[in-house]
Write a protein that binds this ligand. Structure first.
Ligand code: C2E
Ligand code: CA
Ligand code: CA
Length: 449
């Protein structure tokens, strides 16, 4: 290439200060918007696609903390130089946030080409940076969007690139995501479900179902896990795998959870006293210091004995803010509520956390149980978990038991509790009551016989 590197095609060079980022000399956000605005006007008669992208440095803050602000600035300047040098004659790069850069490729027409360019930028940024005598490494994530028609304006294009960036960041470091129409469709669908869910929660239309938890040796029911079920008038059945994460993300989990706990404890009040009720809390609820208070208020209202309640939490819930989670677990214990660690063996299981948190029960994830019969490692892992729980004085429930043979093996290994389709699927309050009557009758019959 015989065009000069950097100068001449970095937005803002020699331009008005109001359009320039003082640290890097690149154009700033205003300059970038201006460039895109102009290109859209240019393409009004000839709507050929073009690409905009937003690049965000992964983990820049720790670098700032580690090396100091001066070094951080130095790295940002080096990043700007590299990005500037990577732009061809038509392309533009600007600094649009602390560690965010935006680029415009007027001649990149396809999603595939956009992805390639973005990957190239990430590659260029991945080489080490000199920081005094030391070196630092960085990765970056990129979200891109393509201009297709005059209906688009700069704001929508940039906001689509931001949505794509959000998806890129969520899927890990160093990723590129190009905004697609499917994402748009998915975003619309999500908003539709969100609105329906808000309405359903306000109208009290999400229902708790109950799945039996048994003592494996005798198959006697010892409690039930509450599992949320929702059928929307328009959308039909929406599964908890969809609406629970959505409720968390959009801040509906609090009211949803309170509705479910209220209904579940009212139902469980009709059961024999010795049966416990297990209830799932979401990770975001373990960051909210009011959670235990809200639970207590509901128990007081429905008159449900806290000692019959068990709260299930997952490790990801403990990790966001361990100190906060520890305090909430302590609050529950003080109320007499038991706490179980759910889905054990998935995610980042850490034995250290078992010491820190003092759980009453551990639930072995279904993935181990489902492979217990044909997979030696699973068997060993389950045995090790059981030995550990015995040592720590924790109860155990194996989840997802579907076959008699699985139950038999678990009993053989000394596993106390079990849950799964073999013993019963989650069912509504009425069916659960019928099941309890039946099992009560059966036990009376056994005693008589
Ligand atoms: P989870 O807490 O691990 O719940 C167990 C899941 O395994 C349930 O799925 C249950 O129906 C399913 N399951 C039980 N036994 C078997 C079996 O033998 N085989 C198979 N294949 N599956 C079995 P479900 O009801 O779809 O719930 C999915 C997840 O949604 C739950 O996983 C939990 O994380 C979340 N969830 C459900 N209800 C609530 C709720 O009220 N609050 C919160 N925060 N999360 C909930
Ligand atoms: Ca659970
Ligand atoms: Ca589970």
């Amino acid at each position: 290439m015989n065009n000069p590197p950097v100068s001449g095609h970095i937005a803002g060079q020699g331009a008005d200060l109001a359009f320039t980022d003082p640290l890097t000399g690149l154009g700033n956000l205003r300059r970038f918007f201006d460039k895109v605005d102009r290109l859209i006007i240019e393409r009004a008669d000839d709507p050929a696609p073009f690409t905009v992208g937003i690049l965000d440095l992964d983990g820049f803050k720790p670098i700032n903390d580690l090396f100091g602000r001066g070094a951080g600035d130095d790295i940002l300047q080096q990043v700007a130089m590299r990005l500037g040098a990577a732009m061809d004659q038509n392309a533009t790069v600007a600094r649009v946030g602390a560690d965010e850069f935006a680029f415009l490729y007027p001649l990149v027409f396809s999603e595939e080409a956009a992805r390639e360019r973005a990957l190239m930028l990430i590659e260029i940024l991945s080489a080490p940076y000199d920081v005094g005598v030391r070196t630092a490494r960085l990765s970056a994530s990129v979200g891109c969007s393509l201009f297709y028609s005059g209906e688009e304006n700069t704001e929508t294009l940039v906001s689509k690139a931001e949505t794509a960036l959000y998806h890129a960041k969520r899927s890990g470091r160093g990723k590129v995501v190009v905004y697609t129409r499917e994402m748009e469709e998915a975003a619309r669908r999500t908003t539709q479900i969100e609105q329906a869910l808000r309405r359903a929660v306000a109208a009290g239309e999400v229902e708790p179902h109950f799945q039996p938890i048994v003592e494996l040796k005798t198959q006697r029911i010892i409690g039930f896990e509450t599992l949320a079920r929702w059928t929307d008038r328009d959308l039909g059945v929406v599964t908890p795998d969809v609406f629970i994460p959505l409720a968390e993300e959009r801040g509906i989990i609090g009211p949803l959870s309170q509705l479910l706990l209220q209904k579940a404890t009212q139902t469980a009040n009709q059961w024999p006293d010795e049966l416990f009720l297990s209830f799932n809390l979401s990770p975001s609820q373990l960051v909210d210091q009011n959670t235990a208070q809200h639970v207590l208020a509901i128990l007081e209202r429905t008159g449900f004995d806290p000692r019959r309640l068990e709260i299930e939490i997952t490790e990801s819930g403990l990790m966001t803010d361990p100190a906060s989670a520890e305090k909430i677990v302590g609050d529950f214990h003080a109320m007499g509520v038991r706490v179980a660690l759910d889905d054990f063996g998935t995610g980042q299981s850490s034995l250290g956390r078992l010491r820190q948190f003092d759980f009453d029960k551990l639930k072995i994830d279904r993935s181990f149980v489902s492979s217990i019969l044909d997979d030696k490692p699973s068997e060993h892992i389950i045995r090790a978990i059981l030995a550990m729980c015995e040592g720590l004085g924790m109860d155990v429930v194996a989840e997802g038991i579907e076959e008699k043979e699985q139950a038999r093996r678990l009993i053989e290994f000394g596993c106390g509790g079990g849950q799964g389709y073999l013993f019963g699927k989650p069912s509504n309050a009425e069916t659960t009551m019928a099941l309890l009557r039946e099992s009560y009758l059966a036990s009376v019959m056994r005693r008589i016989a």
